[in-house]
Design a protein around this ligand. Structure first.
Ligand code: FES
Length: 223
């Protein structure tokens, strides 16, 4: 078998080449109860830092999306402790000042671009910070649509910005106040409220498991 040597939390292991960092950790005997979620690059739970032999640089990536390399020194980060102010969305206004009022550290950005280099999703993180400083909420929401909140940018930021929490607020404000309403969704919500689907739901709830499995397999799927 083609194997590589990796060092996980300081201890060396021989693992099959081609595994992701997450699978290599499990191959080495780690049971992941933290720092592991969707395994598909969507949830951001598996932020990992590593260094390669002979390379001074500290790399950050998602453990479920990154393949092991020989001589990799790996440390798993279960989560990034970051400042998150409490707010009630319905009491906020979708204005640029709102972002800065809740996250004043945005103004400390020195435009070093370290956040962009740290992003495993290859997002233009620093551009999003600049959009936030300009009060461009839809711009922030757009630039950070694929953010998985892994926190790697926040960890490297010299201005201590809690990027992922800022982006979440911007997307919430954008979704709640600035995005045009979808009339068909409102209509469907009304139908649900009026009990249009109650009979069907009651029928599903009462169904035995085999019937549910058969109904699931036979469901209409969009091509
Ligand atoms: S486990 Fe969800 S992004 Fe890696």
């Amino acid at each position: 078998m083609n194997e590589v040597t990796v060092f996980i939390m300081g201890k060396g292991y021989r693992v099959p080449a081609g595994l992701t960092i997450m699978k290599a950790m499990e191959y080495a005997g780690y049971r992941l109860t933290r720092g592991c979620g969707c395994r598909g690059g969507y949830c951001g739970a598996c932020a990992t830092v590593y260094r390669l032999k002979g390379d001074y640089k500290l790399y950050g990536d998602l453990a479920c999306q990154t393949t092991v390399q020989d001589g990799m020194y790996i440390a798993q980060l279960p989560f990034t402790p970051a400042e998150r102010p409490a707010y009630r969305l319905e009491e906020l206004q979708a204005r640029g000042e709102t972002l800065l009022a809740l996250f004043p550290e945005l103004a400390r950005c020195v435009a070093c671009n370290t956040c962009t280099k740290a992003c495993p999703q290859k997002l233009e993180v620093m551009d999003a910070v600049q959009a936030a400083l300009r009060g461009d909420i839809p711009g922030v929401a757009d630039l950070t649509f694929d953010c998985v909140s892994c926190g790697l940018c926040t960890m490297r930021c010299p201005a201590e910005i809690s990027h992922h929490h800022v982006w979440q607020l911007a997307r919430r404000l954008n979704g709640a106040y600035l995005t045009p309403r979808a009339p068909h969704v409102a209509q469907r919500v009304e139908e649900v409220r009026a009990g249009k689907f109650k009979g069907e739901l009651d029928r599903l709830v009462a169904m035995p498991k085999e019937g549910l499995v058969a109904a699931y397999k036979a469901r209409d799927i969009e091509p």
